[in-house]
Ligand binder design. Structure first.
Ligand SMILES: Nc1ncnc2c1ncn2[C@@H]1O[C@H](COP(=O)(O)OP(=O)(O)OP(=O)(O)O)[C@@H](O)[C@H]1O
Length: 345
């Protein structure tokens, strides 16, 4: 396959905006996104439901047009050079790309043919992907008989048939059980490492963004509110030292003592106390000794490193966990139910 070699960033957006109008109401789904993603990066868009992640992906993959602003992918404008963009990318959407009555392997071969591969090349590529994505045992079964995890792996294989330079994955692990989710993450990591492709995925799993992406773009209300490595996003927040006491009186006395700890924040809730401080795990021994010396030894101690949820809370005043919803069927709809499991670390 010959590529027109493009050496600039894989993705550039300038003021990328998309509004939807229905029943005279305008939803500003994406509001002026300015992003630059380099070739070979692995980037996660993290944000609550309705933040604008899918709308962004749908613009970048030419499925919908921007209301204003511009974007280019692999050097091609998403509006004026749609065909070139499509040739350069793979897209795995939230729904299932594969037809139900077909055999998985045949779906892959048809997809390869649709991308211009010869029959022999399409077969060879399908065989490679079946092997790589651990689909050997099921590739010759009807798609409708596959489990959610197998379906998802087949969908990803479909997105990879033509060796895309930029791969977009819209919520790749939604609806999968933890084991399949871990497998899929491992697979994405491996594909990224081996192919050198740029990978952009959306997720509302905190742990997925944390574990998988070199770079996390946090999106809320159609805007980028943070953009950095997960480690750097969290590094400014400090550890959470949560202490329990025998009575609210004791926690109040402990709070008075701990308020003197430099650069810390203390919050008391009944007989429990939260102390947010840099290097909390390193100083907890000393803190406990001080409190014991003051006659208010805690009855319970937990130290937690900051999570991406803390980052989101710090930026928006809301918890990503509370704004989440989940679905267990693999198809995301707007009528999903709230649970916390989806974002459990
Ligand atoms: N076709 C459409 N018509 C009207 N409104 C839409 C349409 N598509 C998306 N929206 C609205 O745009 C906003 C952003 O939606 P989008 O699907 O991009 O969010 P998301 O971050 O991908 O959320 P999720 O995690 O639930 O997939 C939401 O308020 C959504 O209701």
């Amino acid at each position: 396959m010959t590529y027109h070699h493009h050496t600039g960033p894989a993705i550039v957006t300038r003021g990328l905006t998309r509004h939807f109008t229905s029943r005279k109401q305008t939803v500003e789904a994406v509001q002026g996104l300015d992003l630059e993603i380099g070739q070979g990066e692995l980037v996660a868009f993290l944000g609550p439901n309705g933040a604008g992640k899918s709308t962004t992906l749908r613009m970048l993959t030419t499925l919908i047009a921007p209301t204003s602003g511009s974007a280019s992918v692999a050097g091609h404008d998403v509006v004026s050079a749609q065909r070139d963009v499509r040739r350069a990318i793979g897209f795995v959407g939230q729904g299932n790309g594969a037809g139900h009555r077909q055999l998985g392997r045949d779906e892959l071969i048809s997809q390869g043919r649709a991308h211009g591969l010869s029959r022999a090349d399409a077969r060879r590529r399908a065989a490679e992907l079946v092997e790589d994505l651990d689909l050997t045992a099921v590739a010759d079964r009807k798609v409708s008989s596959l489990s959610g995890g197998q379906r998802r792996r087949l969908d990803i294989a479909m997105g990879l048939v033509h060796l895309p330079r930029v791969l977009f994955l819209d919520e790749p692990s939604t609806g999968l059980d933890p084991q399949n989710r871990a497998n899929l993450q491992e697979l994405i990591r491996r594909l990224h490492a081996e192919s050198g492709s740029t990978v952009v995925l959306t997720t509302h799993y905190l742990e997925e963004a944390d574990a998988l992406a070199g770079r996390v773009v946090v999106v809320d209300h159609g805007r980028v509110i943070a953009d950095d490595t997960a480690a750097r996003l969290k590094s400014g927040l400090g550890d959470l030292v949560r202490l329990g006491f025998g009575s609210p009186g004791d926690s109040a006395r402990a709070a008075a003592r701990l308020e003197r700890v430099p650069d810390s924040r203390v919050e008391v809730d009944g007989s429990s106390l939260d102390l947010r401080v840099m290097d909390g795990s390193a100083m907890v021994g000393e803190l406990l000794a001080d409190l014991a010396a003051d006659g208010v030894p805690p009855t319970r101690v937990e130290v937690a490193r900051p999570t991406l949820d803390d980052v989101f809370l710090d930026l928006t005043g809301r918890s990503l966990r509370e704004t989440q919803s989940t679905d267990t069927t693999g198809s995301t709809t707007s009528t999903t139910t709230e649970t916390e499991s989806e974002v459990a670390a």
